[in-house]
Design a binder for this molecule. Structure first.
Ligand SMILES: Cc1ncc(COP(=O)(O)O)c(C=O)c1O
Length: 440
C-alpha cells in the first residue's frame, strides 16, 4: 500500500503540472486580452502550499497562520501581529481595540477621529461602528493623502485619534503626522492596505503608528485571496486586538491550544469580579468582540507570497515609472501622481486627475479605455459623504474638501501590478496616445 507521503508527492506533482499547463496558455493579444487594474501573481509554490494545507485539513488557524504572522511581523520589523480575514476586519479590530476598556486611555463614544472623506469605505466605517465622530479634512492634490498641514486646526478637546490610509501606496507625511499626534496625545492607525513595502524616510509604512493594518485581498501587493493583518509594538494593544478578533475572549492562547496551563500559565486560575474563581479563561470575555479570523489555508498561500514581495515591489516601481514617463508629456491635461521628497512608494496603481481645461471628461476617457479592454477604477469613494449610506451619519468638516471633491469628479486609476508585462503597458500607452491626439 502506498504511504500518505507518496500519495501527497503524487498530488503535488500533478498540481505543478496543472500550473504549467495554465501558464503555457497565458498570452497577451492587444485589444482582446483584458488588462486588469490588478490581480494575483503566483506560481506553482502557492498552489502547492494551498493543496498541502488542504490535505492537512486542519482548516482553522494553526501552524500556517503562526508561521505567516511570524514571517510577516519580522519582515515589517514590528513586535506583535495578528492575521484577520480581511483588511476591513483589520481596520475594525484596530480601532475597536483603541476603544477597549482594557487599555489605559480608551477612546470613548462621542470622541472624535480625524480622517479623510476621500477614503476606502472600511477605513472610515470603524469610526461610525464604534460610535465615534469623524472629523474630515481634505486630501492633498496629487498625493491624494491626508493634508497633514490641516490636522492641527481640526483638533478639538474631543479629538483622540488620526486614522488614514497611505493612499494607493503613496506614503503620507509621517514626520508631521507623528509630531502632531505626539503633541496632542492622539492615537494613529495607519491603513497600510494599499502600501505594503512603501517607505517614508527609509522606514516602512505601517511602522509609525499605534496600529497598522494590511489587506491580502487578491488586488493587493500580495494575496491570500482574502485576508488581512494588524501590527503593533504595544503588547496590551496587541492583546486587546487579539481578543476583539476572537469573540472578545480574555484568553490569548493560540487557536486550538487547550493545555490547562495555557500561555498565561493559569487557564483555570484567574479570578474576575463576578465570575467564579478559575472559570475557564477561554470562556471569559473582556471585550465586545467579533470572529474575524482567516483559514489556515489562506495563510499557507501568504507564506509563499511574502517571499515574492521584494520582487513584486521592484516590478511595481518599474511599471509605475513606465506610465509616469509616458504621461509626463500630457502634464497639461492631467495632474500626475506626486510623492513627497522622503517618500519611496510601492504604488498600488497609477492615479490620474483630469485637469479642468483638458477638453475631455473622466467619463470620456475611462469609457474609451474600458472599450479598449483596459480596466480603470475610481479612487475608491472619491468623497464618502456623497454616498447614500452616509447620508445620516454625524460628522464634522474641519475645512473645505475642495481636493476631495475634485477626486470625486476627475480622478481615476490604471493598473501597474506586477502581472502587467511591457507589451501590456505599451498597449496602454498606444491606446491612450490615440485618444489624446484628438485634444492636442
Ligand atoms: C485603503 C484600504 N483599506 C482597506 C481595504 C479593505 O481591505 P479588504 O478588501 O481586505 O477588506 C482596502 C481595499 O481593498 C483599501 O484599499
Amino acid at each position: 500500500m502506498k504511504t500518505e507521503q507518496t500519495i501527497r508527492n503524487e498530488i503535488v506533482n500533478r498540481v505543478v503540472e496543472i500550473y504549467k499547463i495554465r501558464k503555457s496558455k497565458e498570452g497577451f493579444i492587444p485589444g482582446k486580452t483584458k488588462i486588469h487594474y490588478s490581480g494575483r501573481v503566483f506560481d506553482e509554490n502557492e498552489m502547492v502550499a494551498l493543496i498541502d494545507s488542504a490535505l492537512d485539513f486542519w482548516l482553522t488557524l494553526g501552524k500556517e497562520g503562526r508561521k505567516f504572522i511570524n514571517d510577516f511581523t519580522k519582515y515589517m520589523n514590528m513586535q506583535y501581529g495578528l492575521v484577520t480575514n480581511s483588511g476591513s476586519s483589520a481596520n475594525l479590530v484596530a480601532l475597536s481595540a483603541l476603544c477597549s476598556p482594557n487599555i489605559e486611555n480608551p477612546i470613548k463614544p462621542g470622541d472624535e477621529v480625524i480622517t479623510t472623506a476621500m477614503a476606502f469605505p472600511t477605513t472610515f466605517n470603524p469610526i461610525i461602528q464604534n460610535n465615534l465622530t469623524p472629523v474630515l479634512i481634505d486630501v492633498e492634490e496629487g498625493t491624494y493623502n491626508i493634508d497633514a498641514s490641516k490636522i492641527k486646526a481640526a483638533i478639538s478637546d474631543k479629538t483622540r485619534a488620526i486614522v488614514f490610509a497611505h493612499t494607493l501606496g503613496n506614503p503620507a507625511e509621517m514626520d508631521k503626522i507623528i509630531q502632531i499626534a505626539k503633541k496632542y496625545n492622539l492615537y494613529i492607525i495607519e491603513d497600510t492596505c494599499d502600501a505594503l513595502d512603501s517607505k517614508y524616510d527609509n522606514k516602512l509604512c505601517g511602522t509609525f503608528g499605534d496600529f497598522s493594518t494590511y489587506s491580502f485581498y487578491a488586488a493587493h501587493h500580495m494575496t491570500m485571496g482574502e485576508g488581512g493583518a494588524i501590527l503593533t509594538n504595544n503588547i496590551n494593544l496587541y492583546k486587546q486586538a487579539l481578543s476583539i478578533r476572537d469573540w472578545g475572549r480574555a484568553c490569548y492562547c493560540q487557536t486550538g491550544e487547550s493545555n490547562p496551563n495555557g500561555v498565561c500559565g493559569k487557564r483555570f486560575k484567574h479570578k474576575y469580579e463576578n465570575l467564579p474563581y478559575g472559570y475557564d479563561h477561554k470562556y471569559v470575555y473582556t471585550n465586545i468582540g467579533y470572529n474575524l479570523k482567516p483559514l489556515d489555508i489562506q495563510c499557507a498561500i501568504g507564506i509563499e507570497q511574502l517571499k515574492k514581495l521584494p520582487a513584486f515591489t521592484e516590478k511595481r516601481k518599474y511599471n509605475f515609472n513606465i506610465l509616469y514617463n509616458f504621461f509626463k508629456k500630457y502634464e497639461d491635461k492631467f495632474i500626475l501622481p506626486i510623492t513627497l521628497p522622503k517618500a519611496d512608494p510601492s504604488w498600488f496603481s497609477f492615479p490620474l486627475t483630469i485637469r479642468k481645461n483638458s477638453g475631455f471628461t473622466r467619463k470620456d476617457l475611462v469609457t474609451y479605455l474600458e472599450d479598449n479592454m483596459i480596466e480603470t477604477r475610481m479612487l475608491f469613494t472619491g468623497n464618502i459623504l456623497k454616498h447614500p449610506a452616509y447620508k445620516h451619519i454625524d460628522y464634522r468638516i474641519a475645512d473645505k474638501l475642495n481636493n476631495t471633491d475634485n477626486v470625486l469628479t476627475n480622478t481615476f486609476f490604471l493598473g501597474i501590478y506586477p502581472g502587467l508585462t511591457e507589451d501590456m503597458l505599451q498597449y496602454i500607452i498606444d491606446v491612450t496616445d490615440r485618444f489624446m491626439t484628438k485634444f492636442n
